[in-house]
Design a binder for this molecule. Structure first.
Ligand code: SME
Length: 163
């Protein structure tokens, strides 16, 4: 059994550093991408406060298709360039949206979502793998420390995809 830690951390940075260690431990013994994506999402959803959705959109060669996630049922397919996820995939840059109502073209899957961060996931050979999307019911839930932390976590996840 794997226990998600719920201890208090001195800082957000320390929490993300510990989550990266936990993620590495959780993924290192397994090569199945679906299993690892599902466990990665569950670890983060149950470790970080104030989230209502987190999960993967995977690139099928044409568009993004929803993959393993935690939260309410979500939009299934997103074209590149559409919404926050499609923008992250197309630009290959993390999208940190403090208020989704201010993001032109935001796709509202869960009306509760008020802020969002989406990290693009690129394979070692440069091909697009998909995106990692995290939503919160609070406006401005994510800041630059979350951006750095989520990008570090995604790097750990992509190590498991690329090995
Ligand atoms: N809001 C996202 C769509 C995915 S859901 O948040 C799960 C977007 O605009 O791309």
């Amino acid at each position: 059994m794997y226990e998600v830690k719920t201890q208090a951390y001195a800082s957000k940075r320390e929490h993300y550093a510990d989550l990266c260690l936990q993620a590495r431990g959780l993924l290192e013994g397994e090569s199945d991408i679906t299993a690892n994506a599902a466990n990665f999402g569950a670890l983060i959803y149950h470790s970080l406060p104030d989230l209502n959705w987190c999960g993967f959109y995977l690139f099928d060669g044409t568009e993004l298709v929803v993959g393993p996630f935690q939260g309410k049922p979500a939009c299934i397919r997103i074209a590149l360039g559409r919404g926050v996820c499609g923008t992250a995939a197309q630009t290959r840059q993390t999208q940190l949206v403090r208020d989704v109502n201010q993001f032109d073209g935001h796709i509202a899957c869960d009306a509760a979502s008020q802020s969002e961060i989406v990290v693009p996931l690129t394979r070692a050979d440069g091909r697009l793998f998909g995106v990692w999307d995290v939503d919160s019911p609070s406006i401005a839930r994510f800041d630059d420390e979350d951006r750095a932390g989520m990008e570090a976590l995604c790097a750990v996840f992509m190590e498991s995809v690329n090995r």
